[in-house]
Design a protein around this ligand. Structure first.
Ligand code: NDP
Length: 588
């Protein structure tokens, strides 16, 4: 992308372009070390995803309470009918609603658990929250809203405000229902409508339902012995307690703070915590890779020159298949599959080696520097970009507690205990991430003949394009499994939103009451997903994390479609062009 102004760039981010230049023996040794570190973690946690607590009830229910809004005011139960109902009010709903409005759909309702739209950007307000995807690509509908982000990388509050601006522009607040959780979505075979019930006693009806509840929306906690006995204060990063910390974190000035987890969230929160707390303990199980954050303020001259449609052009470029030169094609053709994989792995190891070198250059304490080095291939875990995270460990009040892959396994009334050492804390922050969504969270979805979606999926996920599933007409799932994976999630959501709007528009224009995936089309897609899985041994070889289901790698179709975004978008277009082959329609 064009650099938007002449601010000096500190140094280039590391990325995967590094060329392997060392002996194969070097790379093989590093691969062995990667395998040892992965095995160590798998041995500690054979239970896989079950190591986490995702149903936060009883003592743990407080970790899910909305800290950003007051108790919901009492209201009458809603008993009405809308045309399109979105479960969740984040980017999925906002993007798709915009496309539906453009096609003349008037009756759109968002039902949202939070007190506003925004989804992940509503919940994640921890200090330092920002997005690692370039803002001109990540923030959707920039052409439509005639908005240019303030910086190369947007911070959380700007993104949240952008979500609100989209909702205002497309008049989505009018029918929206907040502080309300959908508890069941049941298809009425006779009326060909969905019945939606909520935790507020509502009983709404909708012709089309879009599950827009996000991929990582439900906070999870690591199951740690004795965690409920901790007498200090504690909260999850997605429910930041600013009443306790104060907005400028001055409430932590005299506090000893602990944070469990060192994923993308913690990497952004730790610098602020380190600067504010009397003492900070960072409890690490696996370090993240920390690359340079190449950020700058948007140049107003560049912004002024942008022509309408500039973001659409960038999005179109992102969808294009990377082109190889003739020389590259010839080189690639001359290599065996094994040689190609080796070359990619070696380049990846080079990138990780430079991540290690950067740590050595920044972190003064040698032991801490060693502990902060990630030993896995880049992209096994979400890569992070930050200029202040590593330097924070040079502060005298900040202590890294490296648990060598084991993690914190015990907490008592005073705080965590690791290898017999007690860490006495005033406040403990869980940066332990989110459950990966498989079906509607908090929500029981029943399709034709009352079949529960969880039961349908019990022998493996079955969808068409990750969006439709046979037996659930007029239901659309966004951002879920069997869809493509994109580092810029909004590219993916926009592609899905465009597709969903096209399907709904097709049904409306042709007088169909319902549109549902045909069984053959669903089977075709499941086989496509299986065909593209296991192309590399990456899932098995990676250190455990939510990307590879914590090491439960043999999941056949229960994951993303790995054919790439370009092919995925082609399939979307193709399905739209041949609707009657892929869907079953019903007239009322
Ligand atoms: P993650 O799931 O990525 O991280 C959870 C962390 O908790 C891991 O470091 C994990 O260790 C650690 N952990 C779990 N249990 C224990 C334990 N008992 N003791 C010590 N550590 C423990 O969650 P995040 O909230 O950090 O990030 C979720 C996702 O949200 C990201 O992957 C990204 O997609 C998105 N995000 C993006 C941001 C951005 O754009 N910059 C910022 C924030 C989030 P281990 O690795 O060993 O499992």
């Amino acid at each position: 992308m064009e650099k938007t102004h002449a601010l000096p760039k500190p140094e280039a981010p590391i990325g995967l372009a590094a060329r392997p230049t060392r002996s194969q023996e070097f790379y093989d040794r590093i691969k062995e070390k990667f395998a040892e570190e992965r095995d160590l973690r798998l041995k500690y946690r054979p239970e896989g995803t079950a190591q986490y607590l995702t149903d936060l009830d009883g003592t743990f229910a407080r970790y899910e309470i909305d800290t950003y809004a007051s108790e919901p005011a009492p209201r009458e139960a809603i008993n009405d009918t809308v045309e399109c109902l979105f479960i969740g009010g984040g980017f999925s709903a906002l993007l798709t609603s915009a496309r539906l409005r453009e096609r003349g759909v008037e009756s759109i309702r968002i039902v949202e658990r939070g007190a506003d739209v925004g989804g992940t950007w509503y919940w994640n307000r921890y200090p330092g929250v920002a997005c690692d995807v370039v803002a001109y690509d990540y923030l959707p509908l920039l052409d439509e809203l005639d908005y240019v982000p303030r910086d190369h990388y947007a911070k959380g509050p700007e993104i949240f405000a952008h979500c609100q601006a989209i909702a205002r522009k497309y008049n989505l607040y009018e029918l929206a229902v907040f502080q309300t959780t959908v508890t069941s979505t049941v298809w009425d075979d006779a009326a060909e409508m969905w019945h939606i019930t909520t935790d507020r006693g509502d009983h709404m009806k909708a012709r089309f339902v879009i599950c827009a509840n996000g991929t990582l929306s439900k906070p999870k906690l690591s199951k740690i012995k004795g965690m409920e006995t901790f007498k200090g204060h504690s909260f999850h990063t997605s429910r930041w307690d600013y009443a306790y910390t104060r907005p400028d974190l001055s409430g932590l000035e005299d506090k000893v703070v602990g944070i469990i987890g060192t994923g993308a969230t913690a990497v952004q929160a730790v610098p602020g915590l380190g600067a504010a707390a009397r003492e900070l303990f960072v409890f690490q199980r696996t370090p993240s890779s920390i690359d340079i954050r190449d950020d700058w303020a948007t140049d107003p001259n560049w912004a002024r020159k942008l022509r309408p449609g500039w973001q659409a052009e960038r999005r179109a470029r992102a969808r294009m298949q990377p082109q190889m030169t003739e020389a590259q094609k010839a080189r690639s053709a001359a290599m065996s599959r094994e040689e190609k994989i080796r070359l990619q792995e070696n380049a990846n190891i080079e990138a990780m080696t430079r991540i290690h070198q950067r740590i050595d250059q920044i972190v003064k304490n040698k032991e801490t520097a060693e502990a902060l080095k990630p030993w896995y291939m880049l992209m096994c875990k979400r890569p992070c970009f930050h200029n202040d995270y590593l330097p924070t460990f040079n502060r005298p009040n900040v202590h890294l507690v490296d648990t060598h892959g084991k993690g914190i396994t015990e907490i008592n009334e005073k705080g965590p205990v690791f290898e017999g050492k007690q860490y006495e804390l005033d406040v403990l922050i869980y940066a332990t991430g989110f459950e990966v969504q498989k079906t509607g969270i908090y929500n029981q979805i029943k399709g034709e003949r009352g079949l529960d979606l969880n039961d349908k999926y019990s022998t493996g996920i079955r969808t068409l394009l990750g969006i439709h599933t046979h037996g659930y007409p007029n239901l659309f799932i966004m951002g879920g499994y069997q869809a493509s994976f994109q580092f810029n999630l909004t590219d993916m959501l926009q592609a899905q939103g465009d597709h969903i709007a096209a399907c709904i528009d097709y049904a409306r224009r042709n007088g169909y009451q319902s549109i549902g995936a045909a069984p053959g089309a669903e089977e075709w897609w499941v086989q496509e997903v299986i065909r593209h899985r296991g192309k590399t041994g990456r899932n098995q070889e990676c250190t455990p994390g939510y990307y590879n289901f914590e090491g439960e790698s043999q999941r056949r179709q229960d994951g993303n479609y790995n054919g790439g975004f370009f092919l995925y978008c082609n399939h979307l277009t193709d399905v739209q062009a041949r609707m009657s082959q892929h869907f079953v329609f019903n007239r009322k």
